[in-house]
Design a binder for this molecule. Structure first.
Ligand SMILES: Cc1cc2nc3c(=O)[nH]c(=O)nc-3n(C[C@H](O)[C@H](O)[C@H](O)COP(=O)(O)OP(=O)(O)OC[C@H]3O[C@@H](n4cnc5c(N)ncnc54)[C@H](O)[C@@H]3O)c2cc1C
Ligand SMILES: NC(=O)c1ccc[n+]([C@@H]2O[C@H](COP(=O)([O-])OP(=O)(O)OC[C@H]3O[C@@H](n4cnc5c(N)ncnc54)[C@H](OP(=O)(O)O)[C@@H]3O)[C@@H](O)[C@H]2O)c1
Length: 280
């Protein structure tokens, strides 16, 4: 049976008309223990539906953040307005909301099947709001002093949809200033509609986020390989992908021919190199 807990909207930041960050503070006690990459089921009673509508949202805050959950939410408007997101985009700070305890398997793999630590570079590919679990990953790995190399790649249609750009840039700056032996973090973004006037200032990677994996014209090196300075192989890198199914498929189109194996088709020894979560 679903057990609904009560919480209050303790922070609301509208990034643009259909994209926001909100925090839910539990009415009683602290945020329960959970793992970076899990999702929270949020619900509210919708009078015209005559029932509580619940939906899953990846938790963007790390498990160490005990006072509230942070979520990154897109207002779904097409082909018809989404039931819960339309409510959420009319919510105010202080309003009450229900939440069901975190769950999910899209979590960080710290060990190999033989129990030894997995020390491979982690490349985290987020399409749109699919970035949310990787904010939790990054902040969790930072607060646990992880020495793994982390590369966050974010794809968005418009520059003002590069949520968490300041935070991710700051995490990379800390890596540069403090030394990669202490914190090894890189962040790059890609804009998929670079020709639109609103994106005229964009000078970075262009195309959907999976274009970071595509060899550059006339070379056999992808922008990701240029960034990390070596060839990407299943021995040195594992991938986590979240967003549209098209983003997952686009990434797999490059990775599978290179011998990368997903968690849904593990090798005989139980090992794999790509984990993904998508819907829609
Ligand atoms: C594990 C997981 C994590 C997620 N994390 C996030 C996240 O971090 N951020 C985020 O923004 N979302 C996330 N989602 C998506 C979220 O759970 C919801 O699916 C999304 O917010 C839409 O919910 P809704 O109630 O507003 O839309 P719904 O009412 O469920 O509608 C969904 C879609 O169906 C269409 N639709 C609805 N009714 C009809 C109809 N009668 N005829 C035709 N089309 C219809 C709507 O227009 C919309 O396009 C996640 C989902 C999962 C499974
Ligand atoms: N844990 C989870 O499972 C989880 C968490 C958060 C979000 N999500 C899901 O991730 C998806 C992202 O939604 P969003 O509104 O945030 O994204 P969005 O802003 O519409 O798009 C983000 C990026 O993905 C590209 N894109 C759009 N449709 C695509 C497709 N079919 N195939 C490949 N790339 C595509 C866009 O390119 P264009 O500019 O070319 O359109 C854009 O660059 C949704 O399905 C969302 O529900 C899943």
């Amino acid at each position: 049976m679903v057990v609904d807990n009560k919480g209050r909207i303790s922070y609301l930041r509208v990034l643009k008309e259909d994209l926001l960050i909100l925090r839910i503070t539990p009415n009683e006690g602290q945020v329960p223990d959970f793992k970076a990459g899990q999702f929270l089921t949020v619900g509210t009673h919708i009078p015209r539906e005559g029932k509580v509508i619940r939906r899953a949202y990846s938790i963007a805050s790390p498990p160490e953040q005990k006072s509230n959950f942070e979520l990154l939410i897109r207002w779904v408007r097409k082909p018809v307005p989404g039931r819960l997101t339309t409510e959420i985009f009319n919510i105010k700070e202080g309003d009450e909301i229900s939440w069901v305890k975190p769950t999910g398997i899209f979590t960080i793999n710290q060990t190999k099947p033989d129990g030894t630590p997995d020390q491979r570079r982690m490349v985290l590919i987020g399409g749109g709001t699919g970035l949310a679990p990787f904010i939790a990953y990054s902040l969790h790995l930072k607060s646990t002093n992880s020495k793994r190399e982390i590369v966050v790649l974010h794809g968005a249609s418009y520059v003002d949809e590069l949520s968490y750009r300041e935070l991710l840039t700051q995490l990379e700056d800390e890596s540069i200033e403090g030394g990669r032996d202490k914190w090894n973090f890189r962040y790059r973004a890609s804009i998929s509609r670079p020709q639109e006037w609103f994106n005229r200032t964009w000078g970075g990677q262009k195309g959907r986020v999976e274009s970071f994996l595509r060899p550059k014209a006339g070379t056999d090196k992808s922008p990701l390989e240029e960034l990390v300075g070596e060839k990407i192989t299943p021995d040195n890198t594992c991938f986590y992908v979240c967003g549209w199914q098209g983003t997952v498929d686009g990434a797999l189109d490059y990775l599978v021919p290179k011998g990368f194996v997903t968690d849904r088709q593990k090798r005989k020894d139980g090992s794999y190199d790509v984990k993904f979560e998508s819907y829609g």
